[in-house]
Design a protein around this ligand. Structure first.
Ligand code: FAD
Ligand code: NAP
Length: 512
């Protein structure tokens, strides 16, 4: 009990958390609601591939199997890779499958006492206080429940699963009016592949959304359904990428220290802020370089798909995704039709959008409108105070976490996987190493007020979306410094400035 740790979720983040905790001598228990590991990769549509090049989505200490040669492995290969990682590092025996955590309750410290704390958990330590967590776990086979007690909880619940985001519809135009079928992309992804193929093959399909789930599903529909074009309704357009180059230059340069220097981090000193302002033409130029290349490669103008914002904005909000193969070919041949509308409403025959008199007649509407990860986090807490703390004061859906891991007001708890990056495996590894180090007593925390100030600075920076792409080297520098490692991981000044940083740069970072 003294240093007992529970991890909730055995997706990518739960597995990595478990691995690094075991490395520090902990014996964590992992609760997983499903009967296997892998989280989102168990429920993807048939055409899903890794968006990253496999070399930038690789565990720093466990390479892809040599038989995987594809630059962008498919979902099954990703799932196999996660399974072999779990087996190789002996993670499977720690996992209780079919164990759904209903809620977690912090007991042993009064609310008044907690409010008086200046340091996180009263003393700034992971295990120092007399409080502990009660975890209510349901066996999904027989629905019986059991309560477990641990000193520390790591939430790895996943941001893009479980709770879908359903848009609000104008009054009197809700989906109940529609005679056809409405589903969220999450439900569509959860269908078995044959049923999903049959569903889109025989129906007029309309997809709402303009990012990855929407694009992939649209191409799948266009491939399957020769009788009816697939309609996409987009609220906004984005600088999506057909490949990783701009005018022949690898876009990896955007993940170099030099590229990050032109992005301002919260709390930077005056001189740095001044340099940031002076460098704005360079920032503009970099963005234009990529934008012009995309406009040259793709008929974006012809289809009205040129965004009004910059590529760098899309990059720094994780809104730029990899285009599915042949997306523009499908637009050209008319098997995908894009319509723009800020709002959508339902009528009996289909969808009503702004600027069109007639409804879009349809049989099936797929809402590829994203997820409400923050609601999933909120509802895991039994305490209504923690429920409020976790989203209190947050702008949009972002959550204020110190180092994107620790909530300053919720003791003995870490959250992994909430903040997005370009390569989430890489981001999760850094955070899990930091957390394992902290649990091992090797990292000190500032006081609660300073933690809140730091977290708030980042929250303000991430107004649109909880995403640190564009700042990840800077972020990793903080982790390295906290863990007493040299943040400069390259050989020589040129490499340090201009070479992209990736998982390989942080191999064996904290190994004793
Ligand atoms: C279709 C898809 C493709 C993606 N592709 C990429 C990509 O190419 N590159 C990239 O970097 N990122 C990608 N992402 C982002 C992706 O979310 C992360 O890369 C990563 O796999 C998420 O891992 P996770 O562990 O945080 O969450 P998840 O994979 O969602 O895992 C969460 C786990 O927690 C379990 N769980 C949740 N609640 C409970 C509970 N109450 N009790 C017990 N268990 C619970 C779930 O069952 C699940 O197994 C993709 C996301 C999606 C949806
Ligand atoms: N590897 C893969 O192949 C793959 C496949 C699927 C998903 N993913 C990943 O999974 C994560 C989730 O992706 P996602 O596409 O499901 O969700 P998402 O990135 O959150 O995108 C949600 C989409 O819904 C739109 N939307 C939200 N509210 C709307 C409203 N009221 N009206 C109209 N449109 C609305 C958004 O519009 P705006 O664009 O205007 O904001 C956006 O286009 C991402 O990280 C993604 O990269 C990866």
């Amino acid at each position: 009990m003294e240093k007992s740790v529970a991890i909730i979720g055995a997706g990518l983040c739960g597995l990595i958390s478990c691995k690094y905790l075991q490395e520090k001598g902990f014996n964590p228990i992992v609760f997983e609601a499903e009967d296997g590991i892998g989280g989102v990769w168990r429920h993807t549509i048939a055409s899903t591939k890794l968006q990253n090049h496999r070399k930038s989505w690789e565990f720093s200490d466990f390479p892809w199997h040599p038989s995987v040669k594809e630059d962008n492995p498919n979902y099954q290969q990703v799932l196999d890779y996660l399974n072999s990682y779990a087996e190789h590092f002996d993670i499977i025996p720690c996992i209780r499958f079919n164990s759904k955590v209903i809620d977690i309750d912090y007991v042993g410290e009064s609310i008044e006492e907690m409010k008086s704390w200046e340091l996180w958990g009263g003393n700034g330590l992971p295990f120092g206080s007399k409080g502990k967590w009660h975890i209510t776990v349901q066996d999904t086979n027989n629905l019986s429940t059991e309560v477990y007690e641990v000193k520390f909880v790591i939430l790895c619940l996943g941001k893009f699963s479980g709770v879908p985001y359903i848009p609000e519809f104008p009054p009197g135009q809700g989906p109940e009016l529609f005679k056809g079928k409405v589903m969220h992309s999450m439900e569509y992804s959860a269908m078995d592949k044959e049923s999903a193929a049959a569903l889109i093959k025989s129906n007029k399909v309309t997809i709402v959304g303009s990012r990855k789930s929407a694009l992939d599903t649209a191409v799948e529909c266009a491939n399957a359904n020769v009788n009816h074009p697939c309609t996409m309704i987009q609220r906004s357009t984005h600088w999506h990428l057909p490949d990783h180059t701009a005018w022949g230059i690898n876009l990896g340069f955007l993940f170099s220290r030099f590229a990050e220097f032109i992005i301002l981090n919260p709390g930077e000193p005056f001189l740095r802020s001044l340099a940031f302002t002076l460098l704005s033409p360079l920032r503009w130029g970099l963005s234009k370089l990529v934008e012009s290349s995309l406009r040259w490669k793709l008929p974006m103008k012809k289809f009205g798909l040129i965004p009004s914002h910059s590529f760098l904005q899309d990059l720094s909000t994780c809104s730029s995704v990899m285009l599915p193969q042949k997306f523009y070919d499908k637009l050209t041949e008319g098997s995908i039709i894009i319509k723009k509308s800020e709002s959508i409403g339902f009528c009996k025959e289909g969808l009503i959008i702004k600027g069109e008199d007639k409804p879009i007649e349809t049989d099936l509407v797929i809402l590829a409108t994203g997820f409400k990860g923050e609601q999933k986090l909120k509802s895991i807490f039994k305490s209504t105070i923690f429920q409020k703390d976790i989203i209190n004061g947050s702008l949009n859906s972002s959550i204020s976490l110190y180092r994107q891991i620790i909530h300053p007001r919720i003791p003995q708890l870490g959250i992994i996987g909430y903040t997005e990056d370009v390569s989430n495996i890489f981001a999760a590894e850094m955070r899990c190493q930091w957390l394992a180090h902290f649990l091992d007593g090797r990292i000190g925390l500032p006081n609660i007020i300073e933690m809140e100030k730091d977290a708030k600075g980042w929250e303000n920076r991430m107004k649109l979306k909880s995403c640190i792409a564009g700042n990840s080297i800077w972020y990793n520098d903080q982790f390295c410094k906290d863990m007493g490692c040299n943040p400069r991981r390259k050989n020589g000044l040129f490499a340090e400035l201009f070479e992209p940083y990736g998982p390989a740069d942080y191999v064996g970072l904290t190994r004793k």
